[in-house]
Design a protein around this ligand. Structure first.
Ligand SMILES: C[S@@+](CC[C@H](N)C(=O)[O-])C[C@H]1O[C@@H](n2cnc3c(N)ncnc32)[C@H](O)[C@@H]1O
Length: 253
């Protein structure tokens, strides 16, 4: 059979589509973020923006009784969430749709909770928070994780990596200020622990990439994609104490 030569985007999607998560996080940190919300058992409608294949969406659906819509830019991700929800018997309360989190296709003031893990930096923390605010009911919550500087020291190699990825890092203090100016009352913020990166994201992604290297043995793109991922892991090993994902929880004023 003729070997395929997938593009970088196709490789990125193939590496991630079978993973539980597409970025750092864990069931423990989902539950920790949930623990800061008042009366979540009364939430009727929840959105999970940039849901990927919905690892966290399904956890939310298991812990909360409301209905959840997961939205992702890539239709294959939303479709995967729908399949996973069906197979867990959650299809009546969980729906994945394709869409842009910078232009939400929902009714204003219709959500009790807007959740988003590892995705808001694609459109910018401030842009996302400002846009999403209109879709929350008064008193509704936003719970969002975003990569940030964790220290005053900001190594140039890490700054360059994140800037080139299109997500230049801000400090936690800057983002807390933005949370307030975008119309939210501060509820809580905490940094994701190391295993959210290593055990829950890098390790399964590395296994997927190894299998793809065997599947596409002659693909230059595949080799370049694997090298990029290795560089990202090496950067985290060297500089992970200076940057990380921080979960921010706020309440619409
Ligand atoms: C790092 S992944 C995180 C996925 C998932 N929330 C998790 O934590 O496992 C970021 C996700 O955001 C999605 N995304 C990026 N830009 C987006 C946009 N403008 N609108 C909707 N989804 C977007 C990507 O397709 C990807 O699935």
């Amino acid at each position: 059979m003729e070997e395929q030569h997938p593009t970088m985007l196709e490789l990125l999607l193939e590496a991630h589509i079978g993973l539980e998560r597409q970025g750092p996080g864990s069931p423990e940190t989902v539950r920790k973020a949930l623990s800061f919300l008042d009366a979540p058992e009364r939430f009727g409608r929840i959105a999970d923006l940039g849901c990927g294949t919905g690892g966290q969406t399904l956890l939310l659906a298991e812990d909360l009784p409301g209905s959840i819509v997961g939205l992702d830019l890539f239709p294959v991700m939303a479709e995967k969430l729908n399949q996973r929800a069906q197979s867990r018997g959650l299809g009546d309360r969980v729906r994945g749709i394709a869409g842009d989190m910078a232009d939400l296709p929902f009714e204003r003031q219709s959500f009790d909770l807007i959740w988003s893990e590892g995705a808001i930096d694609n459109i910018g923390f401030e842009t996302g928070l400002r846009h999403w605010r209109d879709f929350l009911r008064p008193g509704g919550y936003v719970a969002v994780s975003c990569p940030c500087w964790l220290s005053a020291e900001q190594p140039a190699a890490a700054a360059r990596f994140w800037a080139e990825a299109g997500s230049p890092l801000d400090t936690v203090e800057t983002n807390l200020g933005l949370l307030r100016t975008c119309g939210y009352q501060f509820v809580a913020a905490f940094a994701l622990p190391e295993e959210c990166w290593t055990e829950h994201y890098f390790a399964p992604r590395e296994r997927a990439i190894q299998a793809m290297l065997e599947k596409y043995p002659h693909s230059e793109e595949m080799r370049a994609y694997a090298a990029m991922n290795r560089d990202e892991v090496a950067l985290y090993r060297q500089y992970g104490r200076y940057y990380g994902y921080v979960f921010f929880i706020g309440r619409a004023i």
